[in-house]
Design a protein around this ligand. Structure first.
Ligand SMILES: [Fe+2]
Ligand SMILES: [Fe+2]
Length: 324
């Protein structure tokens, strides 16, 4: 048999094995969604006095993890002002999370619409859509109860977000990188808050715990999807994708983690404080770089780091030389 044909057969076998493994993973994730899931109006005791929101409660004070929480101007404010800013900030993150997940759900449903019978992706995508539906209600309920007049994403971004759902059909790999661009920064910050005990209010702690547990599956799916798809893309398309990932990640992090100008106005935060905290210090730049570390690692694994894309990561200040 000619050598080229042997290689083709070998490659086809590897692909079949990889397809089977991918399907197995999706079925495992789907089963996990059935075995362990939460519903916001069943599993969160919103009306329990312990879960009530008092804007002056010092448990809302921002953790040091937040760039503003570590700034001397913030630390010099009276405790009740720190608490009110902290609550506003959590409500803003929830509002952006709800908006991001709304767009994500529409993209997932658009993607699932064309999937064939017996598709393992179809079932998992539906599980994820349902879970994100619960997260959206949970986040919006928190915003409502916090009584914070937050708008979430800037208006221009909300308008631009409308182009994302159809992208899941024409460029599914880019769509799933955008999914990670939104999910990874929220997940990184929420995990750190649980770990260092800075989600002190029981309501916030409960919301974050539920979210982190279910997001682990969503992030795992997006990563598996990309591992499965990207290495099979034609070289030129993969190259274009490699250049689009770093700006997508940076934009996602900035959108999720930067408070809008309305917060500065509401609490009379001086301009120089906002400039220094978001993102003028090494502490805050480090935070951005760390939130994208997992995706940077994924890109190395699936062939999306090349000399040109590496420069784009560097230019955006989100590259770390250990390649992670
Ligand atoms: Fe979510
Ligand atoms: Fe998610």
């Amino acid at each position: 048999m000619p050598r080229a044909q042997v290689i083709d057969i070998e490659e086809a076998r590897n692909r079949d094995a990889e397809d089977a493994q991918y399907e197995k993973t999706l079925r495992r994730l789907s089963k996990a969604s059935v075995d362990k899931h939460w519903e916001p109006y069943t599993d969160i005791p919103w009306d329990d006095p312990e879960f009530e929101i008092d804007p002056d409660d010092p448990r809302w004070i921002l953790p040091e993890l937040d760039p503003l929480g570590a700034h001397p101007w913030y630390l010099a404010q009276p405790e009740h002002v720190q608490a009110r800013i902290g609550l506003w900030r959590q409500a803003q993150v929830c509002k952006v999370g709800m908006q991001f997940e709304n767009v994500l759900k529409r993209g997932l449903l658009t993607y699932a619409f064309r999937l064939p019978n017996d598709s393992a992706e179809f079932r998992y995508v539906y599980h994820e859509t349902i879970e994100e539906g619960h997260h959206g209600m949970m986040f919006q309920e928190f915003v409502n109860r916090s009584d914070s007049p937050v708008d979430g994403m800037p208006r221009a971004v909300r308008v631009m977000a409308e182009i994302v759902p159809p992208l899941s059909l024409v460029a599914p790999s880019l769509f799933f990188f955008w999914v990670l661009a939104g999910e990874e920064p929220i997940d990184y910050v929420q995990r750190r808050m649980l770990r260092d005990g800075s989600a002190r209010h029981p309501l916030l702690n409960k919301i974050i715990s539920i979210h982190v547990a279910e997001e682990a599956r969503h992030i795992s799916f997006a990563r598996q999807f990309l591992r499965h798809r990207v290495p099979r893309m034609p070289g030129p398309q993969r190259f274009v994708l490699s250049l689009l990932v770093p700006p997508s990640m940076k934009l996602g992090v900035l959108l999720i983690l930067t408070p809008p100008i309305a917060m500065a106005r509401q609490f009379e935060i001086p301009e120089h404080v906002m400039r220094e905290t978001y993102w003028g210090t090494e502490h805050s730049q480090n935070l951005i770089s760390k939130t994208v570390a997992n995706v940077r690692g994924l890109c190395s694994d699936i062939g999306l780091i090349n000399p040109v894309s590496k420069q784009v990561w560097r230019l955006l200040n989100i590259w770390e030389d250990d390649g992670s």
